[in-house]
Design a protein around this ligand. Structure first.
Ligand SMILES: Cc1cc2nc3c(=O)[nH]c(=O)nc-3n(C[C@H](O)[C@H](O)[C@H](O)COP(=O)(O)OP(=O)(O)OC[C@H]3O[C@@H](n4cnc5c(N)ncnc54)[C@H](O)[C@@H]3O)c2cc1C
Length: 402
């Protein structure tokens, strides 16, 4: 839908969203099979309907509407977004807003529309074997060679790199500068000879993330997001989007959904259903646990509308997610928390709960560990003294490293 100058009324906009999900989307997905094909068909339909970039300027396919329209979209679409959309979490949720806010016009024109439409898939190359929580310790290097940056190093835990055309990459461009001041954010084309992506298999049996070996990969000189050596500022801005994305904003599953996608806490209504099936609803200990989880879920619901600090949302979600998975384990697999993958036929629900029990552990790492969220809250919200660390002015090359 072409962007128009006049904003629709909120009611008319809500009607548009409802019509999209009831009529346009089913038509767009009709006969489309395969996870990636369905993901792309969904995102393209959403973009073409003018609903994928509600708060982006019209020149990038956006509607230029105020946040209340985005909130209305979120309300109307709750529980209706196809699970395949998860592949765009990093691109649409983190990379695009960072490019919109910090990149040059050239990069905005080149990347925003296709990224928001789902034509390009993006990943985030931050973490390295020696730099996770201590992200500013990264050692992947980028050196300017004529009109190109040449990048060499290793990244790890890169979600979705195996499907991605582009990565938001952090690399060190000045080893003489202090830790936080010699880092630059780039757009790296993933599909090139210098980039090798190797999937890492998790305990669920899936390989969502990868290790990435970068050996003299090339990046055009102008594909820098923000300033050369000023990448820490843009890196932190992207992390703020990530914390919103992985915090309570992402919670919204209905009691009926049995989606394995994403890492959201099991809805309490599903645990109550499971307890009823297993004849445990009269067990006082189980009732206590369910009541505690219900309280947690209700509080998360309030958080969503209160605009709490993203680290509070992220921390709360991971605590709730682990507690819900532990309760599911006690209900679904009372004999043991482990089971044999002997090919015997399990019920769909057992499979679903087993997946959640294994997968929820990653919630407390991805997007920053629980300890790091607590440090952030202590230092930036409560104003406690910062963690002791090396001098802020010490050149990176002089710092001890593991
Ligand atoms: C599901 C999942 C998806 C991910 N996707 C991506 C991705 O797409 N791109 C990407 O770049 N990264 C990704 N990551 C990596 C993630 O950001 C890191 O795992 C995380 O930052 C922790 O880093 P680390 O694994 O190196 O652990 P470490 O930093 O080595 O931490 C080990 C332990 O020490 C604790 N610790 C470390 N420092 C402190 C401190 N200062 N105070 C208190 N405790 C501390 C940590 O809390 C943790 O318990 C993903 C991780 C997971 C699990």
């Amino acid at each position: 839908m072409p962007a128009t100058d006049a904003a629709p009324s909120l009611d008319a906009f809500r009607g548009e969203v409802r019509a999209f999900f009831s009529d346009q989307l089913p038509a767009a997905l009709d006969g489309v099979t395969g996870s990636m094909a369905r993901a792309k068909a969904w995102r393209a339909a959403l973009f073409d309907a003018g609903l994928a970039a509600i708060d982006y300027p019209a020149e990038f396919g956006g509607r230029g509407l105020s946040p209340e329209y985005k909130a209305a979209f979120n309300e109307e679409s709750r529980g209706l977004t196809p699970r395949e959309d998860a592949v765009f979490g990093i691109g649409v949720g983190m990379a695009m807003p960072t490019i919109r806010d910090f990149a040059t016009d050239e990069l905005k024109e080149r990347f925003l529309s296709p990224g928001l439409r789902g034509d390009d898939v993006w990943c985030q190359m931050y973490s390295e074997p020696g730099a996770g929580s201590d992200l500013a310790g990264l050692t992947t290097r980028a050196d300017l060679d004529g009109d190109e940056w040449v990048v060499t190093g290793q990244k790890v835990w890169t979600s979705g790199a195996q499907h991605s055309q582009y990565a938001i990459l952090l690399a060190r461009t000045d080893f003489d500068a202090p830790k936080h001041r010699g880092v630059t954010m780039f757009v790296l084309p993933v599909e090139q000879d210098g980039v090798t992506v190797r999937p890492l298999v998790q305990m669920t049996g899936e390989a969502e993330f990868n290790e990435v070996f970068i050996d003299e990969a090339r990046i055009p000189k102008s594909w820098v997001v923000g300033d050369v050596n000023g990448g820490w500022r843009t890196a932190v801005a992207l992390l703020a989007h990530e914390r919103v994305q992985t915090g309570v904003a992402s919670v919204g599953g209905s009691g009926k959904q049995r989606s394995k996608a994403g890492r959201v806490p099991i809805p309490v209504s599903q645990l109550i259903e499971l307890a009823r099936e297993r004849d445990r609803l009269d067990d006082p200990v189980m009732r206590h646990e369910l009541a505690r989880l219900y309280t947690g879920e209700t509080i998360m619901g309030y958080f969503k509308h209160m605009g709490v600090h993203p680290s509070i949302g992220k921390l709360w979600r991971t605590i709730q997610g682990r507690a819900a998975a532990d309760t599911a384990a006690r209900l679904a697999f009372p004999a043991s928390p482990a089971w044999a993958d002997d090919g015997s036929k399990r019920g769909v629900d057992e499979d679903y709960f087993a997946y959640h029990i294994l997968n929820c552990r990653g919630m407390s790492l991805g997007g920053g560990t629980d300890e790091i969220q607590r440090n952030t809250l202590g230092e930036r919200v409560l104003g406690l003294p910062r963690e002791p660390g090396p001098g802020k002015d010490t050149p990176f090359k002089e710092l001890p490293r593991n």
